[in-house]
Design a protein around this ligand. Sequence first.
Ligand SMILES: [Zn+2]
Ligand SMILES: [Zn+2]
Length: 358
Amino acid sequence: MDIPKKMKAVVLMGPNKLEIKEVDTPAPGPQDVLINVQATAVCGSDVSLMAKPWEAQPPYGSFIIGHEYAGIVAAVGATVDEFQVGDRVAVEASYGCGRCRNCRLGYYTACLNYGNRQRGHRANGFTTNGGFAQYAVNHINTVHKIPDSVEFTEAALITNLGCILYGFQTIGGYVVGDSVAVIGPGPLGLISVGVARALCAEKVFLVGTRDSRLQMGKTMGADRLINIHQENPVEVIRKETQGIGADLVIESSGATTGPQMAVEMCKRMGKVLLVGYPEEPAPVNFSMMGMRNVHIFSVRGEGWANCGRGISLLSQGRISLKPLATHAFPLGQIEEAFRTFTERIGGAIKVIVHPNES
Ligand SMILES: [Zn+2]
Ligand SMILES: [Zn+2]
């Protein structure tokens, strides 16, 4: 593969200010691969860190954003024999540092050297350069081969599936025959529905405010849709679980009312998994939580190599992320892509950018 010295990349120049710039094509280190990026998804995290810098974010004028991408291996580092030029791959964002206690235990999304590049920490699209570019460099630990049956567009969404699988693993994972309630039909909520279905939950509830999003939940495998504007979700779930409540509640709405609603619709000794986080502190009745013995868990990112498990689910046909990729743009229309995502134009759920199309 002929690799040009310069490439086009989306650089964050200031708050909410993106610019397509010609920059040097990065070179892979000894344990890295260079990826010719075919598809990069816009994420809510991008929107958030564009508005206000996140922890250890590279400076304006140099930072290439984007952490959800897939492409073709264009070059490999000196020691790499795990991948070959031409391999189709998807990536996860976090390498971690590989040397702190959490990384050694596999908790690389919770690296204790977060943002410390001196100690080798990398989280592409957060603390190191990402994938809204023609090429990106990734440590091989963050790269997964994808079969020909999985398209780049779908593979670009793998961190979302990896995050939800990480959540299921964190709560114990065994949901066969259980009732699962998901609050918030955003990308993570919709994927939660799909995973609960794939793991053979008995009844999957989806709670939201927009009928179009709720209908997408049906496509992903929800049994019962609850529009908050029409029904009381706590009452419905109690009633339809013989007064018991859901075994597992996944809060992905990020609304300040979400965590408390989750506790109320959860059964005694049930579990609440938080994957969406409100910007403001959210009130939770902890004595209700304690009296009902509800367990609360949180996850950030796609830990424990769950992106690889996600690719397995995709290739087995147990879940499809294709319905979520509603819109696509070439790199030159990056502003349009972000606007379509944030304003949900045309019912946008996930918006894909093709960095090698102009
Ligand atoms: Zn993301
Ligand atoms: Zn670490």
